[in-house]
Design a protein around this ligand. Structure first.
Ligand code: KIV
Ligand code: ZN
Length: 457
């Protein structure tokens, strides 16, 4: 019998906190497009914007509230009447509206930014939640800079807002300062001390200044938080917010450690990431976990060899599970003969061992000069290797061609060879994960394994 897994609410703030990152602002049409994708992705809450911030943001929140009906639509407001009224105006037509009110609670913010006392802070928090509650049933409160707030005082503020009607208490690590064990302890303290806490949802909102946003969010969940606030590709203020895809996939890949579930449709993750990047023009860092272009790419020969035999050797999740079409074998100087042979087959050429050796020697020299050997380089190299009169490009070093046989392959002439820029002309055999399978009955395979290893590492 499998144990019950707690359901975690995924609160996506790509359109609000994410949009606050440099170069990531979006217009109404773009926000609406992304909101529909977040809906397909299955997030529970979309924080659509900060309505008082600008007329454009107000209109965007209003448009999303009208068009996206399944998830809760949240709008941010400072702890004051004009902000809350404006947020409500934008949200009131939503099928499931939420007003999200925030007020800083750390001494440094009270003293230098807000210039109010602790007592004034408690009263302002209480009053603003009362007012928000008079407009909307679903009210979230965030004590900004909670992780640098005196825990005693933090609990006092939280007591006041729960009593005033807050339904979610979001605990922000606004400046990305906390560490997992400390953040987990803070959540436990809140659970133990805040009156009425059993009737509200505790949420974690982590920033990534020390690269620990996802770890902190997961620690909060382990300590009892049941909502995580996050963004696609981890975009957000400064170093960003906790990344949605990393939190969700950590729970999926390691249910033994994180026995929680979300409503996120994994197969929509990559599309959401690509859409965001396309809209903002901000590329995804290549080695970004889950959504970076290298997340499922394998260049080292020994890795390529393993992945071709069984993807699980070097992949802890399938590319398809997050909507990435296929794992990519990147051909570079670390690649082995096995991967080269597979790619040649995908391009429509199957060589016997001697022919592949010829190509492989030239491939390695080429890969030494350029970072990635693209398909058109490879096609040129194939043509050149098997056509004595073929002209060499400056990139490809000429070698004495052999009479090596080309088995089961189209005749390699410039006319017959596929166009360089075209997609793979022959569908390779694939394994259940969609990665190409090695050719069976390859009697040379065992002998070449060691050489692949030596070439590849
Ligand atoms: O980081 C933060 O403190 C915030 C709040 C407004 C929730 O984004
Ligand atoms: Zn934030």
């Amino acid at each position: 019998m499998t144990a019950e897994r707690a359901r975690i609410t995924v609160f996506d703030t790509t359109l609000r906190d994410g949009e606050q990152s440099p170069g990531c602002s979006m217009n109404q049409q773009e926000k609406l497009r992304l909101a529909h994708q977040l809906d397909r992705l299955g997030v529970d809450v979309i924080e659509a914007g900060f309505p008082i911030a600008s007329d454009g943001d107000f209109e965007s929140v209003k448009a999303i509230a009208a068009a996206v009906r399944r998830p809760i639509i949240a709008g941010l407001a400072r702890a004051c009447r004009p902000d809350i009224e404006r947020a409500w105006e934008a949200l009131r037509d939503a099928a499931r509206p939420r007003i999200h009110v925030f007020l800083a609670t750390s001494d440094i913010h009270l003293q230098y930014k807000l210039r109010i006392t602790r007592d004034q802070c408690v009263e302002q928090a209480r009053e603003s939640i009362r007012f928000a509650k008079s407009l909307c049933d679903d009210v979230e409160f965030s004590p900004e800079d909670a992780t640098r707030t005196d825990p005693e005082f933090l609990c006092r503020v939280l007591d006041a807002v729960v009593e005033a009607g807050a339904t979610t208490l979001n605990i922000p690590d606004t400046v990305g300062y906390t560490v997992p064990s400390e953040f987990g302890d803070l959540i436990k303290t809140i659970r133990q001390r805040v009156k009425g806490i059993e009737n509200v949802t505790i949420s974690a909102h982590c920033h990534n200044d020390l690269g620990m946003a996802v770890a902190n969010a997961l620690a909060a969940v382990a300590a009892g938080a049941r909502q995580v606030e996050c963004t696609i590709n981890g975009i957000g203020e400064r170093a960003g917010n906790a990344s949605l895809e990393e939190i969700v996939m950590a729970m999926r890949v390691r249910p033994d450690r994180f026995a929680y579930e979300t409503g996120v449709v994994g197969e929509q993750i990559f599309a959401a990431s690509q859409m965001l990047s396309e809209i903002t023009g901000v590329p995804v860092q290549p080695n970004k976990a889950i959504t970076g272009r290298n997340a499922f790419a394998h260049e080292a020969g020994i890795h390529q060899d393993g992945v071709l035999k069984n993807p699980l050797t070097y992949e802890i999740m399938t590319p398809q599970s997050v909507g990435v079409p296929d794992s990519k074998l990147v051909l570079g100087k670390h690649s082995g003969r096995h991967a080269l042979g597979i790619r040649c087959e995908q391009l429509g050429y199957q060589f016997d061992r001697r022919a592949l050796d010829d190509i492989y020697r030239r491939f390695v020299r080429l890969a030494d000069k350029i970072k990635h050997v693209e398909d058109h380089h490879l096609l040129e190299l194939i043509r050149d290797t098997h056509k004595p009169s073929g002209s060499a490009t400056p990139l490809i070093e000429k070698i004495v061609p052999t009479q090596a046989a080309v088995v089961n392959a189209p005749t390699v002439t410039p006319e017959a060879a596929p166009e360089p820029a075209k997609p793979f002309p022959i569908a390779p055999h694939t394994n259940p994960f969609g990665a190409p399978l090695p050719v069976h009955g390859d009697s040379h395979h065992e002998q070449t394994q060691q050489e692949d290893y030596l070439w590849g590492v």
